[in-house]
Each structure stands twice: as structure tokens, then as C-alpha cells.
Design a protein around this ligand. Structure first.
Ligand SMILES: [Fe+2]
Ligand SMILES: [Fe+2]
Length: 178
């Protein structure tokens, strides 16, 4: 009995949990009147939701059962302006490991279609870890003097150039991408 479909269903829960965590981070920065940081994380929250729905679409297409797992409440209280971005980077690194394990599981079970589906997610994780590391470096540097420098950085860089290229090849999203 293949374990891959169940493991993918668990990943749906983790993507929704990531989405909720990013909503919490966005709200935190919104309250601190850092609108660019807030907008960045509101957008990340939608992306994570879309990742969950891409997996839903894959399971529908592959005629597997689809579960929508419940998620634990995210962290909403942060010690300083750096902590949310550090948490986000940690989360992205963890998800990269989870996706790698899922791809390895698909391969071990001879499910090459499933493995191929995850290749886009691996690309996406490479981009997300890189851009979150860059944001963490900027926030750490700016937090000592002036956090508005982060706002300027985000306003200037917007979505990373590599991100648009990755989005163009994204798998279909159940109900359409938001
Ligand atoms: Fe994700
Ligand atoms: Fe992510």
C-alpha cells in the first residue's frame, strides 16, 4: 500500500499551517505600521494557501482521497521585529526538508508522476529560502538603526525576478490560484 498519498495529505495541513503563520506575521507588522512587511507576508500567506490547493488538485487528478487537515494556532507574539522573519526562514527550511522527503518517498514507491509533481515545489522552496534569507539579513541590519529601511527594500525589490519565472510553471490549483 503506497504511503505517498497520505503523506501528501499531511503536507496539505502543513501548507495551510504555514499560511496561517504568515497571516499572523502580517498582522503583527500591520499593527506595528510597517505596511510593506505586512503586505509581503499577507502575500506569502496566499501563496502557501495556493500550495495547499495545488496538492488538492493533484490528489483529485490522481483519484486519491483528499483530506483537509486541521492546523495548530500560529505564533502571534514576537519579541522584536527580527523574530517573525527568523521564524519564517526556519519554517521555509523545514518545508524544504519535508518536500524533499516526499519526493524521495514517491521515488521509492516508484511513483514517478508524483515525484515529478514535487519538482516545482523544490524549485519554489529554493527561491523562498533564498529570498527569506535575504530579507532576514536586511531586517537584522536595519533593526539596529531604522526599520523603515526594510520598508524601502521591499518597496524597491518587490517580488524577486526569479519568482515570476517559477510562478509561470506552477501546477494547477484546485478552484484556481488566488
Ligand atoms: Fe509552501
Ligand atoms: Fe513557503
Amino acid at each position: 500500500m503506497a504511503r505517498f498519498p497520505d503523506a501528501l495529505n499531511e503536507q496539505i495541513g502543513r501548507e495551510f499551517a504555514a499560511s496561517q503563520q504568515y497571516v499572523a506575521i502580517a498582522v503583527h507588522y500591520d499593527r506595528e505600521t510597517l505596511p510593506q512587511l505586512a503586505a509581503h507576508f499577507y502575500r506569502q500567506a496566499v501563496e502557501e494557501r495556493n500550495h495547499a490547493m495545488m496538492i488538492v488538485q493533484y490528489l483529485l487528478d490522481a483519484d486519491h482521497e483528499v483530506q483537509i487537515p486541521g492546523v495548530e494556532a500560529p505564533q502571534t507574539i514576537f519579541s522584536d521585529a527580527v523574530a517573525p522573519v527568523a521564524l519564517a526562514l526556519e519554517q521555509e527550511r523545514r518545508v524544504t526538508e519535508q518536500i524533499s522527503e516526499l519526493a524521495a518517498l514517491a521515488r521509492n514507491e516508484g511513483d514517478l508522476v508524483g515525484e515529478q509533481f514535487l519538482h516545482w515545489f523544490l524549485q519554489e522552496q529554493r527561491e523562498e529560502v533564498a529570498s527569506m534569507s535575504a530579507l532576514l539579513a536586511v531586517v537584522e541590519r536595519a533593526s539596529a538603526s531604522n526599520l523603515l529601511l526594510v520598508e524601502e527594500y521591499l518597496a524597491r525589490t518587490g517580488a524577486a525576478a526569479g519568482e515570476a519565472a517559477i510562478e509561470a510553471t506552477a501546477p494547477p490549483t484546485a478552484g484556481g490560484a488566488l
